[in-house]
Write a protein of this length. Sequence first.
Length: 242
Amino acid sequence: MGRIRATKSFFSSKKENEWLDEMGRKGCRLVERKDGRYFFEEEPEKRFYYRVEWLGCSPESEEGASYVASRSEVGETLCASYSLWGYFLSETPIGESEEGRKRTAVHYRNTAILFYVFDAVAAVLAGYHFVVRDFLARQGLLLRAPTLKKSGTFLVDLGRRLAYGAKELLYRYAKLWAKVLGDTKATAVLAVLIPLVVILSVLGGLWAAEWRKNRPAKKPVAAETEGEAIPDEQTEVPGENS
């Protein structure tokens, strides 16, 4: 029995699930999940199936242990967990749990909302600095190259050199944006905020897409109420009761 280590990164739990099932077809049993690494034990004569779910709590907590135990009763064991994600394993196909799917969808939805909130804050700050560019230019608050001052103390000078290097990089980066946004101090802020707004928007959209994939399907509304009889229509026969 050999041991395999694989390094992978997934944005979608469904894609991760598909890859794990592919490993399961090769007889790889997941025994540990740590950061971007997956540890398997090889059992070529067997076939394994997986299900990745957001637990929302530690599997060692009372709520988590109760849920894990309920899955174990149907032959689906928790083989690994990572950052409140649970990895269930079985030697027979594992169907999607309605409860697990709902929890996973809520996790993606909440994460998308969080990203959109940060995105909105960054967008407001970017808009403010975009508006005050002309005002800063009139006040003479223009982009200036950073300067390095020495104190004669090694540790202080080391800290100042590091700070100077960071400021120099930001200055050169901002100068590229200055051709479009103007040569003011607001440009240095916008050079950071504009890409940040784009990145947060993209990530929020990706999380929202995963939420739509995982949210439970709406149940169709029944045309008839259970237990309620619908009277048959009476057809009048011509000539009857005449």
